[in-house]
Design a binder for this molecule. Structure first.
Ligand SMILES: [Zn+2]
Ligand SMILES: [Zn+2]
Length: 138
């Protein structure tokens, strides 16, 4: 498998692909060189147990503006205090993240990482629509 070296936070990371690779951001749908994507999860390959890194699917610009928004919402006095359990599935051992509506930029709820990834729709109506597709209901 092809990889190249990226220095990030003073550490060398072996990133899958080539330095010329282009990726499309799933948030803004724009295509950028791999440099515009942060290093994400690791993948261990081959007999040599080589640790290769994948890149995030959202570009740095989108990641940064998301982080800034999360930060603002975290400090907002109207945002309820962060719970220790997930308000959706009740898990206590998962990391709780702030779930916000990316379109309205408003706080939605606190959720664990799993639930946050699962419930991507902004409104209940959108959620129902997405569910219909999933279950092939017309
Ligand atoms: Zn983007
Ligand atoms: Zn949950």
């Amino acid at each position: 498998m092809k990889y190249f070296i990226r220095i990030w936070q003073g550490v060398e990371h072996k990133v899958i692909g080539t330095p010329k690779d282009k990726h499309t951001c799933k948030e803004c749908n724009q295509t950028f060189n791999q440099k515009n994507f942060h290093v994400a999860s690791a993948k261990i390959v081959g007999k040599e147990q080589l640790v290769l890194k994948r890149l995030k699917r959202t570009c740095k610009t989108c990641e940064n503006s998301k982080r800034a928004l999360r930060h603002t919402l975290n400090k907002d006095p109207k945002t309820p205090e962060k719970p220790t359990v997930c308000l959706h599935c009740g898990r206590e051992d998962a990391q709780i993240v702030l779930d916000h509506d990316w379109n309205t930029k408003k706080f939605r709820n606190w959720a664990c990482r799993n639930c946050n990834a699962k419930f991507r729709e902004s409104t209940f109506d959108e959620y129902v629509e997405a569910g219909k597709k999933w279950y092939h209901v017309t």
